[in-house]
Design a protein around this ligand. Structure first.
Ligand code: FMN
Length: 161
């Protein structure tokens, strides 16, 4: 990679591609866990599969994976504070942000646009990340509204429609 493109340039190029923002949650023996995730992707309709890519260095993923299930909370543009609380972890975000247990008993975040409960279907090694594929156990639209977006290192709002 180093010979092909400089690391900073590579990050800048990939930062031109916008993503939505999700909070992937689960439980661990220590309690509820969550990661802010931009790499969420729909994978398959039949069977219904979705995926995301946690870094191999992620402590949160290490704690979450033994639960074998996770919930993808699609954040709205009113939930930048949710992303910030869980990313910064200055105070215990689980005490600051309202949440409840989803149908599958996973942590679901109040005010999210959609909630997708999954069981881990496969975990594929992908360089310095894992590609985690989840089989969808349940998916629900929770709120109307627009998604939170992320582009070039900043949050933003969808201006379409
Ligand atoms: C908008 C946004 C998107 C992110 N997307 C990812 C991602 O797709 N994969 C990932 O491993 N980390 C992602 N992160 C970083 C994680 O939220 C987290 O900081 C990282 O996993 C290290 O924390 P941990 O060791 O506590 O798990 C993202 C952060 C932000 C703010």
């Amino acid at each position: 990679m180093a010979e092909l493109i400089d690391g900073n340039e590579y990050r800048k190029v990939l930062g031109r591609y916008p993503t939505g923002v999700t909070l992937v949650t689960s439980f661990s023996p220590e309690g509820p866990q969550a990661m802010v995730i931009g790499s969420f992707v729909s994978v398959s309709m039949e069977p219904p599969l979705v995926g995301f890519l946690p870094g191999k260095e992620s402590n949160t993923w290490q704690k979450m994976k033994s639960e074998k299930k996770f919930c993808v909370n699609v954040l709205s543009d009113q939930q930048e504070n949710v992303a910030n609380e869980f990313f910064r972890k200055e105070n215990n975000p689980w005490e600051v942000i309202s949440w409840y247990e989803s149908a599958e008993g996973l942590p679901a975040i109040e005010g999210s646009l959609a909630s997708i409960d999954c069981s881990i279907f496969n975990v594929v090694e992908a360089g310095d990340h894992w590609f985690v594929i989840g089989e969808v156990l349940g998916a629900e639209i929770m709120e109307t509204g627009s998604p939170l977006l992320f582009l070039g290192g900043s949050y933003g709002q969808y201006r379409g429609n």
